[in-house]
Unconditional design. Sequence first.
Length: 190
Amino acid sequence: MALTTVAELRTALGVGSLYTDAVLQSVCDASDNVLLPFIWNNKSFNIASESTTTSATLYFDQNVEDVFYVGQTVVVSNNGAHLNGSKTITAVSDKTISYTISHGTVFPYHPVNPYGTVAATETLDPSTVPAIQEASLMISIDIWQSRQAPSSGGVTIDGYQPSPYRMGNTLLARVRGLLAPYLDPRSMVG
């Protein structure tokens, strides 16, 4: 699901058929990778896991008793092949969820690094929100322009020298006004 299509980026840049779709698609994908983690989503991140031969338990560093419920189907990822996939929750406690598995191997409690992901049904589709799509296009353009002229990012206050930091911390700041209603507060810690 690219928020910016190759055709939109090609038109915005005015490059016609000069560059292949694959080159432009890589820029669109990079924009999604930058933007989507900051958009509100229905995901939680587990910090550890363990399993018996018939069930798995995922551990969280926050209370998930009001987030998940028994019988809910979630998509588990980044926890290892034996725990990943579409799963139906069989038990929920303060900081754990459990579900049935059938891999036949016991794994003791161990941290998951980077954190695992437990995704419930999404309630916001970013590809249907014009402000998010515009922000994605603007980020795509910035990424493209940084590739073509990396020193065109800005100037320093004291010497008016070009800065190579176009892809720095201001990348999202330039589109934050468009994204404000859709930003996930969990992504803005720190």
